[in-house]
Design a protein around this ligand. Sequence first.
Ligand SMILES: [Zn+2]
Length: 414
Amino acid sequence: MTCRLCGSARLHSVLDLGATPPCEKFLAATELDAPEATYPLHLRLCQDCLLLQIPALITPEETFTEYAYFSSFSDSWVDHARRFVADATDRVGLNQDSFVVEVASNDGYLLAHVAGAGIGCLGIEPSVNVGEAARRRGVPTVTAFLDEQVAADVRARHGAADLLVANNVYAHVPDLTGFTRSLRTLLADDGWLSIEVHHALNLVALGQFDTIYHEHFQYYTVLSAIRALAAGGLAVVDVEMLPTHGGSLRLWARPTELAAAPSPRVAAALAAEQDAGLHRVDGYLGLRPRTETIRHDLLRYLLECRARGERVVGYGAPGKGNTLLNYCGIRTDLLEYTVDRNPYKHGRFTPGTRIPILDPAQLDKDRPDVIVVLPWNLEAEITDQLGYTAEWGARLVYPLPTLHVVDMTEGNRR
Ligand SMILES: [Zn+2]
């Protein structure tokens, strides 16, 4: 096994989460008696370029051709996209002659704001069903995985992008250097690339182990992202810290040959990583004990609920929840079911742990004592959505960054 960025064979084990199924493989009832494939989930660090990575044991084609995640189901994502388009329009100076391309454009939740402003745009989205949803809302969308051939075809047919957006996709590409060259091909020579990825500083420092799953092949610090983009002829000029996914990076990059010197924010982000020890190997070794503590605290809490005869269910069925459930070994004896706002998931079961996923209306019918929130990164939004559970005094459990309980009987109703 070698590093997919620099080719080094010096990969150091950081966290071994055992073997689990791919986290987006929600099971239909008819699949429950069939075998279910599991794959090792073992995070390693390249000791030479410091890229955190797992082996690419599944292909993006297996995951994303019929994808269950529609970005528009999250209110906070839709707001996030609206603000991004407004900010990017100012930074890049977009006007009616500009052209915006988004890679992994999902259901068009972001480009809809670009199209709505009368600016030309194109989405590139591999999943047939979510790409169709984008076209229905008026966002032109090519159904494809971005590679160097697709990039050349799009540039020849539509022109180069003044703004190229690649949000929450840069972790999902096994051919990291080929994908990065494809981004450069799509981008105008004076264009801007905007990338959002989870920040590995938060993964390591806050024990966010549930962001590790088979579909995420690499996990970036600002340092390793600078190195990865440089391999494709792109230079990072600015970085923003975002609260999304428990702490993400928005990297702004431009073609190396014209890029200005990096902003002070890039230097500050690199300094924060260095202070946290992430520019050397031993700074990563605290992740394992942090992860084990989260597992032990959650299991202890659920076992205590069980001993008291309380009814415990989940809220949300995000991909990351499946890393948490599988690693912790939580099944229907400890979590009766979970609920999710995405109707695609209703009647399905979580991979590996086979916990039923129901409509959120079930909560009001059953009035469970305890609700474990799996998308813990949306704590404020979800505590708000679940304000009505104060009617029966539910307790909301957020397992990360350290287990904490929001008691809806004590004036927490919003
Ligand atoms: Zn490397």
